[in-house]
Design a protein around this ligand. Structure first.
Ligand SMILES: NC(=O)c1ccc[n+]([C@@H]2O[C@H](COP(=O)([O-])OP(=O)(O)OC[C@H]3O[C@@H](n4cnc5c(N)ncnc54)[C@H](O)[C@@H]3O)[C@@H](O)[C@H]2O)c1
Ligand SMILES: [Zn+2]
Ligand SMILES: [Zn+2]
Length: 346
């Protein structure tokens, strides 16, 4: 089969790899129907995650059809269509029992990271019963790709951890697919003002159509001054960091109001300064989280009923074997006006 293989920072190839096989009774092999590229894959390509082995197949999002199941898989059979969760969970360990699938002792986020992932024709999914979600006949499978990672990530790490409440003023720093997912799902709680901050005018325009009440291009204007102007000098109740670089986490510290919540989503490859000399008496909460995907079934219902329409995040469609081109496009998102790219295996 063909797969996108990582060979160290800046090096990748679309090449032949052996088709995965069942290794243990709880595995399934899934034929990929649709997959995509995540900001996290760009972090890996940048060298932010040196723990990723050379030779690894990347990708942790997609939908597919069950090709083969291990003898103890009982929720799925050959031919079933499934959403692949970016997080693998056994459902049995202490962390899984707490609903913290991201730290499953037998899984967690391993797909396209510690084990071969979804940017391929086939993928092996460990603990298939707990790590795949069924797709009913007739569902819009493109929209459901957004449930593998970005919707639960924006919602769990950003909106839930940020404790967004009705009437709040919130800021979302980073208008990539993950920041947009936080933007869409924050509106379940009707915040009064949603300020989206990025350096990409196109993404900021899209954010407006998704419900942002204010947008700030932090490359062109002083984001701190602008946020203070909008909030009468108070700052925001929740600041969601959806980029993963030091300046954006520091920006969140500058714009948070007393008693506010800074909810980090971004994957960070470098140390960040925590300004305790300014924040020690501000009653704030800072949270970090690896997406647990515990809200996937709930979010699935909101997508099915069109309460949110994450399909609108898809800007580019490719054939699966145009993977290198898709990386070029997603890697030059501002120039290409790209948000989420879909790769179709047909
Ligand atoms: N915590 C988790 O479980 C989890 C899961 C998935 C993704 N992530 C992370 O979430 C982050 C966002 O993912 P994505 O797919 O949306 O990525 P992306 O690269 O598409 O988006 C990042 C956005 O940040 C903007 N940006 C870059 N530098 C900026 C700056 N200095 N100021 C303002 N904006 C800036 C870019 O223009 C871009 O729109 C990444 O760090 C990704 O690794 C975390
Ligand atoms: Zn991801
Ligand atoms: Zn577990």
């Amino acid at each position: 089969m063909k797969a996108l293989v990582y060979y160290g920072p800046g090096k990748k190839a679309w090449e032949e790899k052996p088709k995965p096989v069942i290794q243990t009774a709880t595995d399934a092999v899934v034929k990929i129907l649709k997959t995509t590229i995540c900001g996290t894959d760009l972090h890996i390509m940048k060298g932010d995650m040196p723990e990723v082995a050379s030779g690894r197949v990347l990708g942790h999002e997609g939908v597919g059809v069950i090709e083969e199941v291990g003898s103890s898989v009982s929720n799925f059979k050959i031919g079933d269509h499934v959403i692949i969760s970016c997080v693998t969970s056994c459902g049995k360990c202490d962390y899984c029992k707490k609903g913290m699938y991201s730290h499953c002792e037998n899984g967690g986020w391993i797909l396209g990271y510690m084990i071969d992932g979804c940017q391929a024709e086939y993928v092996r999914i460990p603990y298939a019963d707990n790590s795949l979600y069924p797709i009913p006949a007739g569902a819009d499978e493109e929209a459901l790709v957004m449930l593998s990672d970005i919707l639960p990530t924006g919602f769990e790490c950003g909106v839930l951890n940020g404790q967004v409440k009705p009437g709040d003023t919130i800021a979302i720093v980073g208008a990539g697919p993950v920041g947009m997912a936080a933007l869409l799902t924050s509106q379940f709680y009707t915040p009064a003002e949603i300020i989206v901050i990025d350096q990409d005018d196109n993404r900021l325009e899209v954010a407006k159509t998704f419900g942002a009440t204010h947008t700030i291009n932090s490359a062109k204007e002083n984001a701190i001054d602008k946020v203070m102007e909008i909030t009468n000098g108070k700052g925001v109740d929740t600041a969601i960091e959806a980029v993963g670089v030091p300046p954006t986490f520091e920006l969140c510290q500058e714009i948070i109001t007393a008693g506010g919540h800074i909810a980090n989503i971004g994957v960070h490859g470098k140390s960040v300064v925590l300004h305790m000399e300014k924040l020690w008496d501000r009653n704030i909460t800072i949270t970090t989280r690896l997406v647990d995907t515990v809200t996937t079934p709930m979010l699935f219902k909101t997508v099915q009923s069109k309460k949110i329409e994450p399909k609108k995040l898809i800007t580019h469609r490719f054939k699966l074997d145009q993977m290198m081109e898709a990386y070029e496009t997603f890697g030059n998102a501002a120039k290409e006006k790209a948000l989420k790219v879909i790769l179709n295996n047909s």
